[in-house]
Design a protein around this ligand. Structure first.
Ligand SMILES: [Zn+2]
Length: 319
């Protein structure tokens, strides 16, 4: 019996129109076409999208900032805060739906209605700071979901593992002073890659000291390099933390074909990382794992990696 894996997608995500920007609707259109042709995943449960309310977004973002996203979209502005954050009139509504979807996914997994879930959302979220948009991100989907699990569902040790090639500055800054959310990221060396944060000496502050883990990787790192750091540094830290819920910031832009970074990962490397995380979730958090799409800008690489990711999530570990 395969696990009950929720697959979250809604055509509304395509309405965040960024034109020829690398983070564009074509990413998900290509993925959905590939998924439709894949007979192995016919038993995946496709879940409906849900729109977040302002009070839910406010768990992480300032109300003034939330209003500024809405106003900028309504005014027809071309971008928000920085020129890499392209917006269209629908962006605000789409971003609310992306966050709402992730909230719904963690809720369904917390309620044991799903074993695990993947959210094929856009816009992504991990660069979004509490008061500004950054790096194609408007609302920090995973940070809002983690805060919801702590505040509303009584979880005490939520683990966020971010394997997007870029450091998730917004997520780190949301939780770096706390121990109830452990944020770990493996990413390309910040001296060579956006956003320029995520040095190894960023380990959390005050009561959160030791609950942020950054593993910067040299440009040109391979599957072997990543898996070595993953097994020797990242997994032992997670085993030690004993997470009661696991969230993945799943970016696939460390792939060797990705145009935005200089890493050499292949499908095998991404699959091994997910296998390790799934095993960890089964050991410590009753299998509770929600994976949320962040980056990944080569259509073929993204769709190959996501399809394989879905198969791994869906596979019963005891079959
Ligand atoms: Zn990225």
């Amino acid at each position: 019996m395969p696990l009950n894996t929720g697959f979250y997608f809604d055509p509304i995500y395509l309405q965040h129109d960024t034109g020829s920007h690398p983070e564009n609707a074509g990413r998900l259109k290509y993925l959905m076409n590939a998924l439709a042709e894949n007979t192995d995943l016919e038993t995946l449960e496709t879940m409906k999208c849900h729109k977040a309310e302002i009070r839910e977004i406010e768990r992480i973002h300032d109300l003034d900032y939330i209003r500024s996203v809405e106003e900028a979209c309504n005014s027809g502005a071309a971008y928000l805060d920085t020129q890499d954050c392209v917006i269209s009139p629908q962006t605000y509504e789409v971003a609310l739906h992306a966050t709402g979807t992730v909230l719904d996914a963690v809720n369904q997994v917390a309620d044991n209605k799903l074993d695990n879930a993947f959210c094929a959302v856009r816009p992504p979220g991990h660069h979004a700071e509490n008061d500004r948009a950054m790096g194609f991100c408007y609302f920090n989907n995973v940070a809002i979901a983690a805060e919801f699990l702590i505040k509303e569902r009584g979880y005490e040790r939520v683990l966020i593992f971010d394997f997007d090639v870029h450091h998730g500055n917004g997520t780190q800054h949301s939780f770096e002073g706390r121990s109830d959310v452990f944020y770990a990221s493996i990413h390309q060396d910040p001296r060579t890659c956006y956003p320029g944060t995520g040095y190894a000496n960023e380990k959390g502050v005050g009561g959160g000291s030791g609950y942020t883990l950054n593993c910067p990787m040299a440009p040109g790192s391979t599957d072997e390099d990543y898996l070595d750091v993953f097994s020797s540094r990242i997994l032992p830290a997670f085993q030690n933390y004993l997470p009661d819920f696991v969230i993945l910031s799943a970016g696939f832009d460390a792939h060797r074909d990705d145009p935005l970074a200089q890493q050499l990962l292949t499908l095998k490397g991404f699959d091994e990382i997910l296998n390790g995380m799934k095993k960890l979730a089964h050991q410590h958090s009753k299998g509770r794992l929600v994976s949320v799409l962040e980056g990944g800008y080569d259509y073929q690489a993204l769709s190959d990696c996501v399809l394989s990711h879905l198969k791994i999530l869906h596979q019963n570990p005891i079959d």
